[in-house]
Design a protein. Sequence first.
Length: 294
Amino acid sequence: MKTRNIVCAALLALVCVACNPNYDMIGMINGTSPEIAERFQDSRRYSDSAGVVHLQMPTDYRLFVCTDSHIDTTHYGLEKFVHAYKADTHPHMALHLGDLINAQGHFAHADSIMHLGGVMKTKKDTVFMTCGNHDIYFNQWHVWQALYGSSTYWFDTRNGSKLLELYICLDTSEGTLGTDQLKWLRQLLQEKKTAGYRRIIVFTHTHLFKQDNSQGHTSNLSLEETYELTNLLSEAGVEMYLCGHDHSREVTAYGGVKYIVVDACCDAEPDPYYMVLDMGEKVNYEFISLLPRP
C-alpha cells in the first residue's frame, strides 16, 4: 500500500511538471530541437554568409557578461544589465551566456529588451549571444537562430592592426559539443594559436566540472568530453572559459585556464549578479549585484 502511494505521488508530480510550460520533459530527456550536429551546420552556414566580426577597440575596454536571465513575464535583472552596459562611458561590449528565456513564447519579451537584431547581422554589433538549454527547449532553435544567427562562431577585438582578444562561442546547450563542433574548435585553435592574440576567451552556456544531473542530459558535458575539451583549451593557451547554467558562481583554475561560472541574473534568484571585466594588458573583473529590486 505504501509503495503504491509513493508511485502514485511520483506519477502525479510528473504530470504536474509535464503540464508546466517551463519544463520540456521530453527535451530534458532527449532533445526535441534539432540536435547539435544540425545546429552546428545551421550556425556555420550563417557564419560563413555573414562573415567574421572584427571589433575595433582601444587596448583597454570593458566587457559586460550576464547569463541565465530566464525571461518570462518579469525581466528587471536583464533590463538593469542592458541599461548598465549601454550607459557605460568606456568603450565596451557584452556577452549573454545563454538561457535568455525561460520557456515557450518568451523570446518577444527578451528581444524587446535586448534590441540586438542578430548576433552578426551588422559589423557594429557589440552584444554577442550563445544559446542555453532553455532557449532550445520546445523545438525553439529556429526561433533563436532567426533572432541571433549563429551559436558557434568566433570574432575578435583589434586596435588598428594589433590583435587583442579572440572570442570563441560554443554551443553546449544540449550538454555536448558533438563531433563536428569539436573538430571545428580544434582546427580553429590550431590556426589561431600562433596568430599573436593577447588572449583567447571561450564562452558558452554549460559548465564543465560540476556533476549536477538536475537538467537531464543537458546538465554537463560527459566526463570524456570534458577531459578532451580541457586538454585542448590548455594546449591552445586559452586564458578564460566563461559560462553560466549552474546559477551559482564558481571560479576555478585548471591547466592554465580560468573557468568562471557567472551567477544567474534572473529575477527568481535571491542574489542575482552580472560580471564586468576590464580588458587590458591585465584582466580585472568584479561581480555586480542586481539588488535591490524596485
